[in-house]
Design a protein. Structure first.
Lengths: 323, 325
């Protein structure tokens, strides 16, 4: 078959042919999305800023010579509450630790909590949503009632109670790690974060499962498992990515809220943005500068993540009005 | 419509019972009133007797049943820590939270909706761009960070830069200044301003975004064109036909939001030491004070369920298209 479907284009229409997707590289959905994403300037700037923040936190030793738990001494005297100055850009806190080092190392934990919670809850929520939506019937009913129940439990109360569990129950300690550890905090937040994803995915799957391509897959002999995870889930990719991004922001805020109330990561040896901020409250009257660094770090990160989410929404789900 | 209401109300009962049971079990797994009461010279016999007197040696299900029946008979019991009846303290905390929630809601709903409407009518104007940018900031702002910043501003900053010996607004503890005797409206409102502002930051951001989206949707709908074609003034078209319809989806959101007020002010209240439901919870939780915590939980879960119900009902009432039965 050597039929020419399209006549060869004259040279001066090269630009429009590229726009029509007839350039050298084929326009896959991912490339189209990337093209739309690049056009969202604030999202692009946010991506760069977030990458810089993440880089500085991950490679913290490159940017500070202090360990977050080293107590700063001058001539053997503890240097607590140093005002911001050369060598200590954000000053030192009540424990005579360098705040700049603490903010950098604290960012590691805050970002870790954000990303791990988002990824874990997306996986759990997607599985629950796809199973509930695909099978329907009693299984759907049970899963959705459980989801309703988790939504009905006030979020902060649930997380506070759960965060105390490893302290009193041995089985909870093996499951969640020691009380007030990073692992426990991730677990606690994740337990109350999977419901929105589950609901959204279920909604999409409900409408998708009647489509012809699912019927075709079934006729070709695909198993239920294959239909769910090779045909339905990839069709929800856009929504999944958007929700994962927003969950990162929400999880970072939640971690800091829990730390603030004293139910988060133990502040003695593990700084996080939340517990740094929480500790700054005690000396707010005399040393208000301690509030700014961790607080602004949270605002900057969450702001970037939200803008990225906004850009992704425009890129992956152009039909939806962004709010 | 009646079937819809009845079905929704019946569904609320199992949610309330299951939710309270889960929290009941969680509370028993995480706290121990006996341990909280241990002092140095208490013999183990006395501890066993203490546990027995409180009824804590009974099976968990039986304890839950006793609590549930007592609760619905209006018998809230006495606090382990103070020995006083639970209800008066709980009532005060609830009233304080409701006052704060109402005051804040009035503020953020007015501002949020107004910003949303103006942004939608003047889409892509400088006002729209600025408010969009600010709303992203609002969403990224943890309430406690904002709370601490306001404290710094009205406290240290105000005192040093305006040469004052007292802060601009009270920010620590209580609903009244210690010097006030009896009811003092001005003083009461002064104590409400900072907590209400702190609560409002994220809410204004959320409501203005929702309102803008809703308003844009209605502004572009066919009935708006019809209304204009009939010669109705632009102002009336926007307010009567656009604004009112755009408010409908907001009611669901507001319902869920208000439902959380009874239990959800934990952070704001603990920043400002405001004696509401959130602080009540933290204090009782710290002391493992079951008789104080259990009715608190029922009220909090109950209000979430109730306001969800009201939101659904008002939605069905305002928008007849979604009345499903």
């Amino acid at each position: 078959m050597t039929e020419i479907l399209y006549p060869p284009l004259p040279a001066d229409t090269a630009v429009s042919s590229a726009a029509l997707g007839m350039g050298e590289k084929p326009l896959t959905p991912a490339r189209l999305a990337w093209r739309r994403y690049r056009r969202h300037k604030i999202a692009m700037v946010s991506t760069v800023v977030l990458l810089i923040v993440a880089f500085m936190c991950v490679f913290a030793p490159l940017f500070t010579k202090y360990d977050p738990n080293t107590q700063i001494r001058a001539n053997g005297v503890l240097q607590a509450f140093l005002h911001p100055q050369r060598g200590h850009w954000f000053g030192t806190n009540d424990k005579a630790r360098d705040m700049w080092a603490n903010v950098l190392y604290g960012g590691r934990i805050s970002l870790e909590v954000g990303f791990v919670v988002a990824i874990v809850t997306t996986i759990v929520g997607t599985i629950v949503g796809v199973v509930a939506g695909y099978y329907g019937g009693w299984l759907d009913n049970v899963l959705m009632r459980v989801t309703d129940l988790f939504i009905a439990i006030p979020f902060l109360i649930g997380t506070i109670l759960l965060s105390r569990l490893p302290g009193t129950q041995a089985w909870a300690r093996t499951l969640m790690g020691p009380p007030q550890s990073v692992r426990a905090v991730i677990f606690v937040i994740a337990v109350f974060f999977w419901m929105p994803v589950a609901r959204i995915i279920r909604g999409i799957v409900l409408s998708l499962k009647e489509k012809e391509f699912v019927e075709a897959a079934r006729a070709a002999g695909a198993s239920n498992f294959r239909i769910m995870f090779r045909h339905l889930v990839p069709n929800c990719t856009g929504q999944i990515i958007i929700n994962t991004t927003l969950a990162v922001a929400a999880a970072i805020l939640t971690e800091s809220a829990l730390s603030f109330l004293g139910f988060g990561v133990d502040s003695i040896f593990t700084p996080t943005w939340g517990n740094l901020l929480s500790n700054s409250q005690d000396s707010l009257d005399s040393y208000p500068y301690l509030v700014w660094a961790p607080g602004l770090a949270i605002v900057l990160t969450v702001l970037c993540v939200n803008f990225i989410g906004d850009g992704l929404r425009d890129a992956l789900d152009p039909k939806q009005l962004s709010i | 419509m009646l079937r819809f209401i009845v079905r929704r109300m019946l569904w609320a009962i199992p949610v309330l019972i299951a939710g309270s049971f889960i929290l009941f079990v969680a509370l028993h797994l995480t706290t121990d009133p006996v341990k909280a009461a241990i002092h140095h010279n208490v013999s183990s016999d006395a501890l066993i007797k203490f546990k027995h007197d409180l009824g804590l040696d009974k099976p968990l299900l039986e304890q839950y049943w006793i609590f549930l029946t007592k609760f619905f008979r209006g018998d809230f019991g006495t606090s382990y820590t103070s020995g006083a009846p639970v209800w008066p303290g709980l009532r005060t905390a609830l009233a304080n939270s409701l006052v704060l929630g109402f005051f804040a809601a009035l503020f953020y709903l007015t501002i949020g909706i107004a910003i949303g409407v103006v942004s939608a009518i003047r889409q892509y104007s400088w006002f729209d761009h600025v408010s969009t940018g600010l709303s992203f900031f609002g969403l990224a702002m943890p309430p406690f960070f904002f709370g601490l910043v306001t404290i710094v501003l009205v406290g240290t900053f105000y005192e040093t830069h305006f040469h004052s010996s007292t802060p601009l607004l009270p920010f620590i503890g209580g609903v009244y200044s210690p010097s006030t005797s009896g009811f003092d409206l001005v003083d009461r409102i002064k104590h409400l301003i900072l907590p209400a502002l702190t609560l409002s930051v994220q809410e204004i951001a959320i409501y203005s975004r929702y309102m803008r989206t809703g308003m844009l949707e209605t502004l572009n709908s066919d009935y708006m064109r019809t209304a204009r074609a009939k010669g109705i003034s632009e102002r009336r078209v926007t307010l009567r036909h656009g604004f009112r319809n755009a408010l409908i989806p907001l009611t669901t959101f507001a319902g869920i939001d208000f439902g959380a007020v009874a239990g959800g002010l934990i952070i704001t209240e603990s920043i400002f030491g405001y004696p509401g439901m959130g602080r009540y919870f933290l204090e009782s939780f710290h002391n493992a004070d079951y008789p104080a915590l259990l009715p608190w939980m029922m009220i909090v879960i109950g209000s979430v369920v109730l306001f969800n119900l009201l939101a659904d009902l008002s939605y069905a009432w305002l928008d007849p298209r979604i009345r499903v039965d």
